[in-house]
Structures are given as C-alpha cells and as structure tokens.
Design a binder for this molecule. Structure first.
Ligand SMILES: [Zn+2]
Length: 250
C-alpha cells in the first residue's frame, strides 16, 4: 500500500477508536443517574418519616407539659383541703378537683395513644432507613464500577492519543489538513474502504478508471462525491457472506 495512504488508514482507525471511547466516557454519568432515582426516592421517604416522627414527639412533649401542670394543680388543690370550712365549699372544692382529674385522664389517654403511634412509626422509620442503606450501597458500588471504567477509558484514550501523534507526524501536512477537515465534516469518517466500485462512505459509484487506480494502491485518491480518502482492501471471498449470515451476538 502507498505509505501515505497506509498512515491515513491507520490514523482513521485510531480516530474511530478515540471517538468511540469519547462516546463511552460521555455516557458514564447517565449510567449513574439510573441509580440516583431510587436513592433520592428512598431519601425522600426517610425525610418524610422523620418530619412526621418529629411532629409526633413534639405533640407528646406538649401533652407531657400539660399533664405536669394539671398534676401540679391537683396537688395544690388537695393541699388546700384542710383549710375548707363549710360543706358547700367542700363540694365545690371536690368538683374542681374532679374536673382536673377528668382532664388528667383525657391527657393521659392521649399521651398513651401518641406513644403507641410513635412506637409504630419508629419501626417504619427503621425499615425505611435500612432500605436507604441498601440503595446507598448499590449506588456506591455502581459509582465505584463506573469510576474504574472511567479510569480504564481515560488510560486507553491517552494511549491512543500518543499513537495518533506518532502517525499524524508521518502524514504530509496537506493530506493531514484535508483529513482533519473531512473528519470534522463527515461524522468522524475521513478514510473509507471501497467495494464493488462503490465508496462505502457515501455509497456512490466510483468511475472504473479511478477504481482501478485505487486498487493499484500507488497513490492517494479521494471520492469525487464526498471527497473522503479511498482505499481498497482484498477480502476473503466468503467473509462478507458469513458475517451477514452469522447470528447476532447478544
Ligand atoms: Zn464518497
């Protein structure tokens, strides 16, 4: 093969690999996003459960204070019992105590049911927190896997870039500039194969004379239509048929 063309073909192979790796690197954050949703959902339910639990505890604390006040009042009233002189006064006094006792029982009942609710709720909160730890572990694991993948991709990329510099330096400046323009313009494909008098870059026919010249491999040629660099590569006769008939790799 013409030496310049050989370098161009090699450079194209390297650049195709570089583009593929760049695409893979770009898709990495998206892979982590899929794990972010369940994590955020789990965090959301824990936050909600915590807020509810705090509200319940606050309500219980208020009730405890109310109960303390009432108990205090009852104690004070009872202490005054000995000072009462008349029966009428005594009846009124007992009624007052009775009223406070009623309130006391009501508040004690409320506190009891709040305590039950709090207990039930803390069990639910514990389950939610366990769930979040599980989801968090999965997220961290995935983050680690992706971090490793990223490292590997970047090191592959560095290797390819070094190799690329080596080949780029061996290509004539004019051809190299043309190659770079084509690469940008035509979706990362500046050097393409020809087959059966067709440019595989744009699928147009190549004039027979040009096709023969390309096959001779003595110079660098470009497609008349898409301007890509063209080369010819002999293939084993059955290879295309086989690859077409081969079952898809899953
Ligand atoms: Zn073409």
């Amino acid at each position: 093969m013409n030496e310049q063309l050989k370098f161009l073909v090699e450079l194209q192979e390297i650049d195709s690999s570089i583009l593929l790796i760049a695409e893979k690197i770009e898709s990495l954050p998206g892979k982590l996003d899929r794990f972010k949703t369940p994590l955020n959902e789990a965090k959301g339910s824990v936050e909600k459960a915590k807020t509810r639990s705090e509200a319940l505890n606050k309500r219980k604390k208020n009730k405890d204070l109310q109960l303390d006040e009432i108990l205090d009042k009852i104690d004070k009233l009872k202490a005054r019992s000995s000072e009462i002189k008349t029966n009428k006064e005594y009846e009124a006094h007992l009624k007052e105590i009775e009223g406070f006792e009623k309130n006391r029982h009501r508040i004690e009942d409320e506190i009891l049911s709040l305590m039950e609710e709090i207990e039930k709720f803390s069990g639910g909160l514990q389950r939610e927190e366990m769930k979040i730890r599980k989801v968090e572990d999965e997220f961290k694991q995935q983050e680690k896997v992706l971090e490793e993948e990223k490292k590997k991709l970047h090191s592959d990329m560095e290797m390819l870039k070094a190799k690329r510099e080596d080949f780029a330096a061996r290509i004539d400046e004019e051809d190299y500039n043309r190659y770079m323009n084509l690469l940008k313009r035509s979706g990362g494909e500046a050097v393409v194969r020809t087959k059966n008098e067709i440019c595989l870059g744009c699928n147009t026919n190549i004039p027979p004379q040009l096709y023969n010249d390309i096959k001779k491999d003595e110079d660098v040629y470009n497609c008349y239509y898409c301007k890509r660099f063209l080369y010819y590569k002999e293939e084993p006769v059955t290879s295309d048929k086989e690859s077409q008939e081969a079952p898809p790799v899953s």
